[in-house]
Ligand binder design. Structure first.
Ligand SMILES: C=C(O[C@@H]1C=C(C(=O)O)C=C[C@H]1O)C(=O)O
Length: 101
């Protein structure tokens, strides 16, 4: 690898590191919100998952991905992965919370 390529690789990796840091911060904020949703659902006796909400989110994210030239199938897979973790958290919260009814 020549010097120019080495410099370009280092610069691209710096941007990748910044983007990865932003993703971690965004995910942390998202999980703070979903934890609050989980507590609200558990306290009011709502089900941990909401398939209709997920359907709307997937359709929206797929459209946004297409606009942004990101593979929509990847966007859906990514959201589905995150939502599965959120639902798992909600089930745990529900198991520890007495229902308000
Ligand atoms: C956060 C919620 O709970 C679940 C998790 C979702 C998410 O992570 O976006 C969406 C729907 C629900 O299955 C919600 O109902 O809004």
């Amino acid at each position: 690898m020549d010097d120019a390529a080495r410099t370009e690789l280092a610069s691209l990796r710096k941007s990748i590191d910044n983007i990865d840091a932003a993703l971690v911060h965004l995910l942390a904020e998202r999980f703070k919100c979903t934890q609050s949703v989980g507590r609200l659902k558990a306290a009011t006796g709502m089900a941990p998952s909401d398939p209709e909400r997920e359907r709307v989110q997937i359709a929206r994210l797929r459209a946004l991905a297409e606009e942004a030239e990101l593979d929509p199938a990847f966007a859906e897979k990514f959201l589905t992965f995150i939502v599965a973790e959120v639902i798992h958290h909600h089930e745990q919260i529900a198991g520890q919370t007495p229902h308000a009814e």
